[in-house]
Structures are given as structure tokens and as C-alpha cells.
Design a binder for this molecule. Structure first.
Ligand SMILES: [Zn+2]
Length: 397
């Protein structure tokens, strides 16, 4: 419950200006004001209930009218529920479709007995399905601090972590530009960049963020969607084989730097019946599988199309990308494999982990170990790009 009613301090006003001011003024678009950029991440979606706690002073407000609803000092873990026409916080109901908490220090979200701490501000939305959506608006640099831990080991060479920081920052800004008319820019799962908030910060990942502050990659005056992946297995993939982009810096390079990766080569055994079931669940119609054959490959050597035939003679063709989605991207770690049929089973013998586009994380680590600097690493995996300050974006418009 709300405890204490101290007046809002000066620090509080600074937090408010730094995060909320720009967020309100820009509606999430990248129009840097005094160098500040905020990103909006859906940290919790479709929640039937959740709980929030706040450390330090805070304001609760209606973000649409900017009306203050409450203020206080330390909010202990308090449940939030969707209601028919509003949002319930503990015993109080607010007849609003969106409320905003502005904490001075940080807030915690509790779900499934786990607490996760976040910096910045949180908007709680009542969705048309009567669920709660939590969107964290946070300074770009703080966001990257909350992502890096999930992407690379904080024990890796600093130059590799710095290269990753610039890639994450560029990708985030690209998403902000793409989603400016939506309620949020990114989710916090594997479909954008895993973001764990303050809970995921570590000393060396924070250092890498500070030492690359504001640096992003551009190509032909546009922010690069700086894709990255764990291990390429020898060559990175051309982005156009995976997504609807055709960009020179993402056309793929040879990578002799990731052979020490634990993901460099792998072997996975599948029951053909399990593959058949997964295909049918995803809308492909096929009986008992007799053969799986690679029909063609991309220039980097990854599977482009697979032909699958059943014992009854049915045949389907499926793209390597679609097949990996059907099987599960962590079950089938990459598209760089060959298939060995073994009766009712088959082996996938492959290399690398991930889609293979852009920066190879274990390759970046290998380059850093060979004394390459972070900008050399970035220029290797994203050739033709330029590194600029996020503050110069306005000039690019
Ligand atoms: Zn590699």
C-alpha cells in the first residue's frame, strides 16, 4: 500500500524529465531531446494478474491527461488486476485503460514467485481482452545494460561485449523507428532482445555500455537492423535468405573466428514420428515420413529447401527457415546441417546456433581474444557501416 506522502524531491523531477518528458513528447519516436532517447519494452503481456512494488518516491498518474492519481514513498508488493472498465491496484480501482507509475529509483514486477527489478517508468494497459500489459519506458543506455547479460557472458573480453552493446543499441533504435505508432517498441523475449531490467545488470556489461555510450551503426544514412546470433559455424548468412531485407552490410561474411564455440558443431537425433506430428500441427499434411532430403542450399551453405516424402508417396517441400520454426529453433539449432536417415529416426548433423545473420557472438569473442578492437569487430561483421552517435540521428531525418 501507499506509505508516506513526502513531497516529490528534485531528483524525482529530474527522473521525470529525463524519462517521461521525452517519452510523452515524442510518443516513442526517435527525436532526441538533449541527447535522451527512451525505448518502450513490453515486459509483461496478457497478464490476468501481476504485482508491483516500488522503491523510493513515486507518482501514479493518468498518462493521457497527465493528471496525478497518487504519490508516495515505497510501494510494497501490491496486486494489480484488470477490471471491466479499469485497473485495480490493491483495494483501489482506477477507471482508466492505462495508468503510469513513475518511480524515483526502480520498480519490481512479481510473477510466478519471481521478482524482477526495472529502471525507468512503467505503464499498465488494460487490453481489449481484459488483460494487463506492462510497458517499461526506459533510457536507451539502461535498456542495453538490461539486455547484454542475456546475450554474452559478462566474463568475455571487454571489446567483444562493447561490440555487442553497439549491435544491441542499433537494433533497438531500428525497432523504435519501426514501431513509433505502436504501444511499445520491443518485447522482452527472444523475438526481439531478451531484456531483464536492473536484475540483469553486471559490472562489466555496464562498463561496455558506458564505454560505447550512444554509439550506433548506420548504413546509407539509415540505422542498421544489427542482427546477431550465437555462432555462425564458419560463414554468416545473407539477411535476404531470412528476412525481407537486402542490405550490403548483412550480405554475409566468412567467419574463421568461432571454431572454439561450444555450439560450433552439433548432432541431434529425432524420431520421424515426432517430426511428422510437428509438421501436421503446423498445418502441413503428411503421413509417416520415409525420407527428408536437402533440395538446395543458400550461398553460405545453409538449408534453403527440404523435400519430405512419406511412406505413402506424399511429398512436401518446406523452406529451411519454416522447418526450423516447426521443429523449434532451440531443438534444431541452425539451418546449416545435413540429414542422415536411420529407419524410424534421423540425425541432423550441423554447425552453429542461430539464424546466422550479422554479428557472430562467439566469433566476436574470438576476434577480441586476437586483440581486435570492438570497432574492428563491428566493421568485420557489418561491412560498409559507419559508427555514429545516436544524437546525430536528427540530422539524418
Ligand atoms: Zn562465426
Amino acid at each position: 500500500m501507499v506509505v508516506g506522502m513526502k513531497p516529490v524531491s528534485r531528483t524525482m523531477a529530474v527522473v521525470f524529465l529525463a524519462v517521461i518528458g521525452p517519452a510523452l513528447a515524442w510518443g516513442g519516436a526517435v527525436t532526441p531531446r538533449q541527447g535522451d532517447v527512451a525505448v518502450r519494452i513490453a515486459v509483461l503481456k496478457d497478464a490476468e494478474e501481476a504485482a508491483i512494488g516500488i522503491r523510493g518516491e513515486y507518482i501514479l498518474m493518468d498518462p493521457l491527461s497527465s493528471r496525478e492519481l497518487d504519490r508516495g514513498f515505497h510501494l510494497r508488493k501490491t496486486a494489480l488486476f484488470p477490471e471491466k472498465n479499469g485497473i485495480r491496484l490493491g483495494a483501489r480501482s482506477f477507471p482508466l485503460k492505462r495508468i503510469r507509475f513513475v518511480p524515483q529509483e526502480y520498480f519490481s514486477l512479481f510473477r510466478d514467485r519471481q521478482e524482477r527489478k526495472y529502471r525507468g517508468v512503467v505503464d499498465v494497459f488494460l487490453t481489449p481482452e481484459r488483460r494487463l500489459l506492462f510497458v517499461n519506458t526506459v533510457d536507451l543506455e539502461e535498456y542495453i545494460k538490461g539486455v547484454l547479460y542475456h546475450e554474452v557472458s559478462h566474463r568475455w573480453p571487454l571489446e567483444a561485449i562493447k561490440a555487442q552493446a553497439v549491435a544491441v543499441r542499433s537494433y533497438a533504435i531500428y525497432q523504435v523507428q519501426q514501431n513509433k505508432n505502436k504501444d511499445y517498441d520491443m518485447t522482452n523475449d527472444i523475438y526481439s532482445q531478451v531484456y531483464g531490467g536492473k536484475t540483469s545488470e553486471r559490472y562489466r556489461t555496464n562498463l561496455a555500455v558506458q564505454r560505447t555510450r550512444g554509439e550506433i551503426l548506420i548504413f546509407k544514412e539509415k540505422v542498421l537492423p544489427a542482427y546477431y546470433h550465437a555462432t555462425c559455424g564458419g560463414a554468416t548468412e545473407n539477411v535476404k535468405e531470412v528476412w525481407k531485407h537486402d542490405l550490403y552490410p548483412l550480405k554475409g561474411v566468412r567467419c574463421p573466428f568461432c571454431s572454439h564455440s561450444p555450439h560450433y558443431s552439433w548432432k541431434k537425433n529425432f524420431q520421424l514420428k515426432a517430426i511428422q506430428e510437428k509438421l501436421n500441427k503446423s498445418g502441413y499434411k503428411i503421413g509417416l515420413i520415409k525420407n527428408i532430403e536437402v533440395r538446395d542450399r543458400t550461398l553460405s551453405g545453409r538449408v534453403k529447401t527440404l523435400d519430405i516424402t512419406s511412406r505413402d508417396g506424399e511429398k512436401i517441400s518446406i523452406s529451411g527457415k519454416a522447418f526450423r520454426d516447426v521443429i523449434g529453433p532451440n531443438e534444431l539449432r541452425s539451418n546449416d546441417y545435413r540429414v542422415v536417415m536411420k529407419g524410424y529416426y534421423c540425425d541432423f548433423i550441423g554447425k552453429g546456433w542461430g539464424h546466422g545473420v550479422g554479428l557472430c557472438q562467439w566469433g566476436a569473442m574470438g576476434m577480441a581474444k586476437q586483440q581486435h578492437t570492438y570497432d574492428e569487430i563491428l566493421m568485420y561483421y557489418y561491412p560498409g557501416t559507419q559508427m555514429v552517435s545516436v544524437r546525430s540521428l536528427e540530422a539524418l531525418k
